[in-house]
Design a protein around this ligand. Structure first.
Ligand code: 1HN
Length: 348
């Protein structure tokens, strides 16, 4: 015979929970629905940061603190749904970093991987394990996990880039390590362009191990080259209804993602385009390189112009409407999702 619920069952349950609580035990049935939602749930909200709003604060910070004192002079792009948590999606960090003429940002290394997407100014460099590369607007630059890196600006203009890091992912696994280099600026062991000569021309040295492990051996993908690839692709192929012409930055040694934890893309969207809605499980950060338009993210709309940043949370439909020919750089946590068999997309 089925047991009849007792009239004071709720009070008895609460009393049970109270007694077990002291032993670090809790009833699953009270939280099961929140643990296993029917579709992605994230505190990450759609948002856009206008560069023209952020830039004056960054320049003011430039007057109040040096790059050396700050270690890294960065304004964190904080997702409005996760203020105070230093993240732009629930898994990724992003910020705008400024280095002024004559400054250096001291050398260190950490197990978190970083990408740099150059927003404004030329003539600064970043050094990775003994090799420098000059930064130019639109360049996609990688700092692989556990490589020594420092930045410097021997030029005449302020240089600003967007940093993207896998801080939250590494934190989830509690696999964080960090070390400070003995000197502020690391010594150089290769000439500028060495990595691209060795690995970026459809060639690789015989018998050479991958210098950065699971990360691409190329650490600067210059905008000049990616822009040319997009232009040539767009001449011969019709644009994809959801993405326009979209390409991924790859590791030439594997053909896979350029970084083990972050996927990076660049796309060209023609002028006057209205994309079909697209959603995917990798919440994605977009940096506007060229063009103006509107990003409809879920029920919200954001007008963008060059140098703005916007974020599309997991599973929010994105529709892009362009008023001029547009180039977008983007990055997400797709590699981890794919490795774990979790990644999904939905077109239309
Ligand atoms: C870092 O090392 C850099 O090397 C930038 O430029 C941003 C944010 C958090 C932790 C380390 C850099 C960072 C960072």
């Amino acid at each position: 015979m089925a047991s009849v619920p007792k009239p004071n069952i709720s009070a008895e349950r609460q009393a049970l929970y109270g007694r077990m609580d002291k032993h670090n035990l809790a009833p699953l049935w009270e939280v099961l629905h929140d643990l296993i939602p029917n579709e992605p749930v994230t505190p990450c909200k759609p948002a856009l940061w206008k560069y023209r709003d952020a830039r004056p604060y960054l320049m003011e910070a430039g007057k109040l603190i040096t790059a050396k004192e700050a270690i890294r002079r960065v304004l964190v792009l904080e997702n409005p749904g996760m203020r105070g948590e230093s993240c732009i999606t629930q898994s990724l960090y992003a910020g705008l970093q400024l280095i002024l003429p004559g400054e250096i940002a001291p050398s260190h290394r950490h197990s978190q991987s970083a990408l740099r997407f150059i927003v404004e100014g030329s003539g600064a460099y970043t050094a990775v394990d003994g090799e420098r590369t000059t930064m130019r607007p639109g360049d996609f630059i990688i700092t692989p996990s556990w490589t020594w890196h420092d930045h410097g600006n021997p030029g005449n203009d302020p240089v600003v880039w967007m940093d993207g890091l896998d801080i939250r992912i590494v934190q989830t696994f509690a696999a964080q390590f960090h070390e400070v280099f003995a000197e502020e600026v690391q010594p150089l062991s290769r000439s500028e362009g060495a990595s691209v000569a060795r690995y970026g021309q459809g060639l690789m040295p015989l018998g050479a191990p991958a210098p950065f492990g699971k990360t691409s051996p190329i650490f600067n993908y210059p905008y000049e080259k990616s822009r040319e690839s997009l232009a040539k692709l767009s001449r011969d192929e019709a644009p994809d209804a959801c993405q326009g012409w979209k390409m991924e930055f790859i590791n030439p040694l594997t053909g896979g993602h350029a970084m083990p934890t972050i996927a990076s893309f660049i796309q060209l969207v023609p002028s006057g385009f209205r994309s079909a809605p697209y959603r995917c499980t990798d919440g994605t950060v977009y940096a506007v390189v060229e063009g103006t338009g509107t990003a409809r993210i879920g029920a919200e709309r954001f007008d963008f112009e060059p140098r703005d940043t916007f974020v599309v949370p997991s599973w929010y439909p994105l529709v892009l409407e362009t008023r001029s020919e547009t180039v977008l750089f983007s990055f997400s946590d797709r590699p981890g999702q794919e490795a774990m068999g979790l990644w999904r997309e939905k077109r239309g």
